[in-house]
Ligand binder design. Structure first.
Ligand SMILES: Nc1nc2c(ncn2[C@@H]2O[C@H](COP(=O)(O)OP(=O)(O)OP(=O)(O)O)[C@@H](O)[C@H]2O)c(=O)[nH]1
Ligand SMILES: [Mg+2]
Length: 230
């Protein structure tokens, strides 16, 4: 007998268990007024650098932000993010290539969710596995740096198709990499028609105000949506 169906069955069970935990987590976060973002991308595309800037700006503006950051090893990213003054925790994934909802639930313990406006979850750098795992987020943010090649949305469709917004990073390097920005946008839109795309550079500051305005607007919209659902 072939092993394939059994492997698939176990995988489905793990995913449906994750979905159940994610559903409960989403309900808890929403009931406390938290808007949650899950940042996914390949390793090194600039998730932490974007978040360093974002958290510092939000703290300065009096918007209460928390961050969880997942990695296989080291707490380097948590140390970088904590400099902003925001509450930050590192999640070490014990070798797993993605975050799971249960890890988020566990690491939120001890945090006052009622005192949080925006929760950022930086996923493990990986363009494949994180796409299947709901973390109870409201907004999935896919980052793609210009150095990775315009074809990545076509080659890794699941991660870009499941995103609500795409952040193109490192646009200061676009000329050096001969990146065709129009093609990169077209490929993102082909995989996720109508997706909002924000071009950014953490180095020059390009697009960062647009990203911050997007966050503030999304928080407002989600809170209005929730109050009208009660
Ligand atoms: N030139 C340039 N470099 C950037 C930009 N954003 C990030 N970088 C650099 O890219 C490298 C990786 O950035 P990180 O923020 O650590 O990337 P990451 O996605 O968090 O990486 P992992 O957590 O390991 O997946 C660092 O050297 C950053 O300084 C940018 O906008 N422009
Ligand atoms: Mg990082």
């Amino acid at each position: 007998m072939s092993m394939t169906p059994r492997v698939l069955e176990i995988r489905q069970k793990i995913l449906s268990r994750n979905d159940e935990i994610a559903r409960a987590l989403r309900a808890t976060l929403q009931s406390h007024g938290v808007v949650t973002l899950n940042l996914v991308s390949s390793p090194g595309s600039g998730k932490t650098r974007l978040l360093e800037h974002t958290l510092a700006q939000l703290v300065a503006a009096g918007i209460r932000a928390y961050a969880l950051v997942g990695d296989l090893a080291t707490d380097n990213d948590a140390q970088r993010l904590a400099r902003s003054g925001a509450a930050v925790k590192q999640i070490l994934t014990q070798g797993r290539c993605h975050l799971e909802a249960e890890m988020i639930t566990q690491h939120l313990e001890g945090w006052d969710l009622a005192a949080c406006d925006l929760l950022f979850i930086e996923n493990v750098g990986n363009l494949v596995c994180p796409s299947s795992y709901d973390l109870g987020e409201d907004i999935r943010v896919a980052l793609l740096s210009v150095t990775e090649g315009e074809d990545k949305p076509l080659k890794y469709p699941a991660i870009f198709n499941s995103a609500d917004v795409a952040i193109v990073t490192k646009v200061d390097l676009a000329a050096a990499c001969e990146t065709d920005m129009a093609l990169l946008h077209d490929n993102l839109s082909a995989i996720r028609p109508g997706i909002r795309i924000i071009d950014t550079s953490a180095r020059t500051g390009e697009g960062l105000d647009e990203w911050l305005a997007y966050l503030v607007e999304q928080r407002r919209l989600r809170m209005v949506e929730r109050s009208s659902c009660v």
